[in-house]
Design a protein around this ligand. Structure first.
Ligand code: HEC
Ligand code: HEC
Length: 347
């Protein structure tokens, strides 16, 4: 009996010490080392979490986990749906209830205050928690603990990044949250500021005449795109109803599903247009397969409703934008100057 009591005491002591290690980042002389995050010229201040500072070791671990099916019981990884070659997106996902959702890219998310098409998540660390659920990874807790503990690299990498000496001292929730912290650190480093347009704006790079003309349509009242998709993020990080629908059934209710406010019906978080050439199909439900279709929607397909954004219904727009064929072509050419090939090339 006494031995059991002593054993229990020792186990508890170890558990407490290791719990301390999780919260305390001061566990090694050499690590973790702060990550040197550079805000690109002209960009706003990024959003970081005070409980999850960026470290080189955390980012490296996150990068490895991101494309490792070790997290799942069905062979999926984050990179199955978020592919680097498509700016960390892929066409779409069908939900268990049959809704089609265009998979958003990961690009400059560190500058976003909220995530997902309707802004359902406001803390990035919480977002990947849902991926362990049956409809995504269908992760089995015991298998995950076993695989990580017996892996040749992960025990060392988790120790260096988070001071974890034994996975089994964590609850399943704590393990998942630690994994999410690493994944999110990696996602916060996915910064794109080297598109053709950036080089034109900041480094004297050239645009073709067509791209230049498209830029005029985009940034002037002709196309009126810049109000919501302004430089440098190409998103105002706000919610708008851009006139896709005049009935709001199911996921088309958008922000209203989160706030339940009638004034939020059909409102969606403005998506960035950076790397838009790589992320078809377009809109939350992927209804358009080409940028030409998107431009034609803004030109002649906008549907009026009570919550439509006033920008879409400004005087003179009663019959659409009435862009010429050349203006439409040039607008598409301009949108393609937002592609950043250095961002997607393997590092
Ligand atoms: C089966 C496909 C699938 C997998 C696997 C997947 N995601 Fe996603 N992801 C989506 C979809 C769909 C959305 C958009 C959901 C919405 O807006 O309602 C999304 C949204 C996101 C967003 C928000 C992007 C934004 O612009 O707001 C982040 C961040 C993200 N996923 C990270 C991850 C991470 C990390 C993993 C791995 C743990 C992962 N995803 C695995 C399909 C997937
Ligand atoms: C009133 C704000 C607003 C204006 C003005 C606006 N947009 Fe949008 N844009 C949005 C919102 C919100 C979405 C997402 C809508 C959805 O999916 O339901 C969007 C989506 C898009 C998409 C698809 C993005 C993706 O990842 O699927 C493209 C491309 C686009 N807009 C281009 C333009 C162009 C070009 C113009 C000008 C002709 C323009 N937008 C004007 C708010 C706006």
């Amino acid at each position: 009996m006494r031995y059991i009591a002593i054993l229990l005491f020792v186990v508890l002591m170890i558990k407490c010490r290791q719990k301390d290690n999780i919260a305390n980042t001061d566990y090694g002389v050499d690590y973790p080392t702060p990550y040197n995050f550079q805000v690109p010229q002209g960009f706003p201040q990024p959003y970081f979490s005070s409980d999850n500072p960026l470290t080189n070791e955390g980012v490296d671990l996150g990068k490895r986990l991101y494309s490792d099916a070790i997290l799942s019981s069905n062979g999926l990884s984050c990179s199955s749906c978020h592919r680097r070659s498509k700016s960390f997106s892929s066409p779409y996902y069908i939900t268990p209830t049959g809704d089609k959702i265009s998979i958003p890219p990961h690009i400059n998310l560190v500058f976003n205050p909220d995530y997902n098409w309707n802004g359902s998540i406001t803390k990035l660390e919480l977002l990947p928690m849902g991926d362990f659920e049956p409809q995504f990874f269908n992760t089995n807790a015991d298998t995950l603990f076993y695989r990580l503990s017996h892996h040749p690299l992960y025990p060392q990498l988790f120790f260096k990044a988070f001071g974890i000496t034994n996975f089994y001292t964590l609850s399943y929730e704590e393990l998942k949250m630690t994994i999410c912290k690493a994944l999110v650190q990696y996602i916060r480093t996915m910064v794109s500021a080297n598109s053709k347009l950036d080089r034109y704006q900041l480094k004297g790079g050239a645009l073709t005449q067509e791209e230049h003309d498209g830029m005029y349509v985009f940034f002037s009242e002709r196309g009126d795109c810049f109000h919501c998709h302004g430089y440098p993020l190409f998103s105002d990080n706000l919610y708008h109803n851009n006139g896709l629908n005049n009935q709001f059934i199911g996921q088309d209710a958008g922000r209203n599903l989160i706030t339940h406010a009638a004034s939020d019906l059909g409102m969606f978080s403005t998506p960035t247009l950076r790397n838009i050439e790589l992320t078809a199909p377009y809109m939350h439900d992927g209804r358009y397969t080409t940028l030409e279709e998107v431009v034609e929607f803004y030109n002649s397909g906008v549907k009026f409703s009570r919550t439509i954004d006033p920008i879409m219904t400004k005087p003179g727009k009663e019959s659409g934008l009435q862009l010429t064929a050349y203006e439409k072509l040039s607008l598409v050419a301009f949108l393609k100057t937002l592609t950043d090939t250095s961002f997607i090339s393997a590092k």
